[in-house]
Design a protein around this ligand. Structure first.
Ligand SMILES: Cc1cc2nc3c(=O)[nH]c(=O)nc-3n(C[C@H](O)[C@H](O)[C@H](O)COP(=O)(O)OP(=O)(O)OC[C@H]3O[C@@H](n4cnc5c(N)ncnc54)[C@H](O)[C@@H]3O)c2cc1C
Length: 263
């Protein structure tokens, strides 16, 4: 889709050359969302496609994924067999495979920063206790836990001009057993509920998403605690109510998906 309101297109070699970031500016990653619907609030697009931020690499104790890494690259990459959690990552991306065009072009950063309630990567990153490295236009960076990044539907903690540079997943967490469950009416529909669980010997992390505005993490010592407590915990959540499903329906579906992960 053309975006007729856009007046300026920037393609900087260096983020520090950007001045006067405004609220009508946006980073352009894969563009699959930005060009999918009118963006009347935007006047400036800042293209980051050429910055080379598409790395997949191991550094110190982390798997690092660049924000511009296309989703398809994560599906096709030769992962170490001992990283069992990668199955969860592949499931998360396959959930979008109904649209091949999207997964070929959409990026990890675009998916996370778009912060849809149905966002497929965010709950997985929360379950794996990933961190996000954020840069600002002064050349400073800081990290934030994935669980604290998305704070609502289309809302993140990113401040004006900040950008997600890369995702860091502790290598030890890649050995966790991960289960990704998603429910939608038709396979190509947006999810009504997503549940991701990640389990090791010390803990089990259960993340619910799509049925709530932003991913919510519950932590348990072991599976018995999860079994005992999850229905009570779900009672306290604010589930989305809209034309696609009532809050009660989404709560029930979330409980069913948690039940499936227990199996
Ligand atoms: C019809 C349709 C259905 C979809 N359904 C789903 C779905 O069910 N589940 C799901 O997970 N996704 C869904 N998506 C979203 C799809 O996954 C996104 O289009 C994609 O992830 C966005 O990635 P992109 O790289 O193309 O981002 P862009 O379209 O380029 O950008 C998306 C947003 O993120 C911002 N952004 C991008 N990169 C960064 C960065 N590094 N730092 C800060 N901000 C950044 C942009 O400014 C923009 O606001 C759907 C998209 C479409 C078009």
């Amino acid at each position: 889709m053309d975006l007729p309101n856009i007046q300026t297109y920037l393609r900087p070699d260096d983020l520090e050359n950007i001045a006067n970031w405004g609220k009508d500016w946006a980073w352009l990653a894969g563009g699959t969302w930005l060009f999918s619907e009118p963006q009347p609030q935007l006047k400036v697009l800042v293209d980051i496609q050429h910055l080379g931020w598409s790395e997949i690499e191991v550094k110190e104790d982390y798997l690092i994924i660049g924000a511009m890494c296309p989703l398809i690259k994560l599906l096709e990459y030769s992962w170490l067999a001992e990283w069992k959690a990668i199955e969860g990552l592949k499931s998360a991306i396959s959930a979008l495979a109904a649209s091949l065009k999207v997964i070929n072009v959409a990026t990890v950063g675009g998916n996370i920063c778009l912060a849809l309630s149905v966002g497929t990567l965010a709950p997985l990153m929360v379950a794996l206790d990933a961190s996000y490295e954020i840069w600002n236009l002064r050349g400073e960076s800081h990290q934030v836990a994935a669980k604290d990044f998305q704070i609502g539907f289309r809302q993140t903690i990113l401040q004006s001009g900040e950008i997600l540079r890369r995702v860091l997943i502790p290598l030890s967490n890649l050995k966790w057993q991960v289960n990704y469950q998603r429910l939608s009416i038709a396979a190509t529909d947006p999810a009504l509920a997503i549940v991701v669980t990640a389990k090791n010997d010390q803990q089990i992390r259960c993340v619910i998403a799509a049925s709530v505005a932003a991913p919510r993490l519950f932590e348990f010592k072991n599976i018995d605690f999860l079994k005992r407590e999850y229905l009570t915990l779900l009672e306290r959540e604010n589930f989305i109510e809209d034309f696609r499903g009532s809050a009660k329906y989404r709560q029930e579906m979330t409980a069913i998906l948690i039940g499936r992960t227990l199996q």
